[in-house]
Design a binder for this molecule. Structure first.
Ligand code: EPZ
Length: 416
């Protein structure tokens, strides 16, 4: 298994171009199933997850071709409604094919996503929402099976703000008979942009950007032709790397508003941040100040930056408190950071981080995508060498990370 060897201690300097967003690309890839046609998606990041999703679509009979970051998906030949366990188990987002398959074909057989590194991630809101729209769903041998579904408009009030369930039901509703009202929806840019892409294809969706969506079903949509938005979590991760190493990084191809909550906390920790229309420059402090962070759905502080922020606070001048309200046990990075000398006490879903002068290089293990990002940026600030194992987790969501970091002056290499 590949590892990353990092020699820390150098301030990162220079410019990095942010890639397209994984969490925006995946639902748009699923939405191509709604319409038989040739769809063009530009600025798609080349990641394990986008490649896995491409394989799911190929399994369903679509023709998929990558040309650099241009993804062409031909869904005219889709002839199966089965998304197999061996693919879904590697990437929960595969469940996004469920709504579009039921909407277009009236049937679907999609493996239930398995467990996750940090505990339960149910999909009950996806299922109850589709059932409210008239889909009879059974769980058979680990698969969600829907037959003879004729989706109809319904009013669905989400008890929890869910990115996945909002996107799922939005895709199911655009071709449903009648009107669907979704209440308490997610506002993450990935969701709002998915709605805008669908509207550009002829869907009738009102209320994008608000917590209430009204979707009037139409009989058909045009093929998708769009560019995927920049990845705000990748951008915020590089900003945190500037904070940890005391360097200055210019982030190009970003939408500053999409990661303002993270930028605000980094400013509180002492970073100097200059925002432009599509670029942000972050200068890290000599040593971060302590901050308190509570994660929330967008526009709040993203849970996908919780691990990276804990790494920043691990070398802070004082005690920081970081609470994750989205995933109560998303802390598998904490014992690994402790191996590097971090002093972090976990109290339920709250991490109390007592900053130390300097972290020390060590052998550590990645456990999930964002946990691995926190270990890499910690290694960039640590004294000596760090070996990060199981970096296949990183490859799921960061495009050419070590090349981008090396271009900013990091001493980093991949060991096969
Ligand atoms: C999306 O996951 C992202 N993944 C996650 O990013 C991100 O952490 C999460 O949103 C929150 O921002 C993708 O976009 C592919 P949710 P998703 O449904 O859709 C509960 C990364 O690092 N819930 O918004 O699965 C759930 O348990 C990944 O890129 C239910 O109870 O998250 C959680 O507590 C990791 N029932 C909360 O809602 C449901 O049916 C938010 O989850 C669905 C969710």
């Amino acid at each position: 298994m590949d590892k990353l060897r990092v020699r820390g201690g150098k301030p990162l300097e220079g410019t990095v171009r942010i890639s397209g967003a994984k969490n925006a690309a995946l639902p748009v890839m699923a939405a191509t199933l709604l319409t038989p046609g040739v769809h063009r998606l530009r600025n798609v990041p080349r990641l394990r997850d986008t490649h896995t999703f491409a394989r799911v679509l190929e399994r369903l009979g679509a023709k998929v071709a990558f040309d650099a970051n241009l993804l062409t998906i031909d869904t005219q030949g889709v002839n199966s409604v089965e998304a197999p366990y061996e693919l879904v188990k590697t990437m929960r987002a595969s469940i996004y094919v469920l709504g579009p398959l039921l909407a277009r074909f009236g049937e679907a057989k999609v493996s239930l996503p398995g467990g996750c590194a940090w505990g339960p991630r149910p999909v009950n809101l996806h299922l109850t929402g589709l059932q409210a729209m008239g889909a009879a769903l059974e769980i058979e041998h680990g698969y969600i099976v829907g037959r003879d579904a004729k989706l109809k408009g319904a009013t669905i009030d989400f008890e929890v703000v869910s990115v996945g369930a909002t996107a799922q039901l939005m895709m199911a509703a655009v071709l449903a008979e009648g009107t669907t009202v979704l209440e308490n929806v997610a506002l993450e840019p990935d969701v709002t942009v998915l709605g805008e892409v669908l509207v550009a294809c002829g869907a009738r969706i009102e209320g994008l950007g608000s917590r209430r969506l009204t979707i009037r079903g139409v009989s058909s949509l045009r093929p998708i032709d769009t560019a995927i938005i920049p990845d705000r979590i990748e951008a915020a991760t590089f900003a945190a790397a500037a904070a940890m190493t005391g360097g200055t990084i210019r982030l190009e191809n970003v939408v500053p508003d999409h990661f303002e909550a993270a930028l605000g906390k980094l400013e509180e920790s002492g970073c100097v941040i200059r925002r432009a229309a599509d670029a942000v420059t972050v200068s890290g402090p000599a040593r971060p100040r302590p901050v308190s962070v509570v994660t929330h759905p967008f526009p709040g502080f993203p849970t996908d930056m919780q691990a990276q922020m804990i790494a920043v606070c691990a070398i802070g001048e004082g005690t920081s408190v970081i609470e994750d309200t989205i995933y109560l046990d998303r802390f598998t990075h904490v014992p690994e950071l402790a191996r590097m000398g971090a002093r972090i006490e976990l109290k339920g879903n709250v991490a109390v981080v007592k900053g130390v002068d300097r972290l020390a290089g060590a052998q550590v293990m990645a456990t999930d995508l964002r946990a691995s990002a926190s270990l890499v940026i910690a290694a960039l600030a640590a004294r000596g060498e760090t070996l990060v194992d199981r970096i296949y987790h990183l490859d799921r969501g960061y495009e050419s990370l070590e090349q981008k970091l090396a271009a900013l002056g990091a001493e980093i290499e991949r060991i096969h």
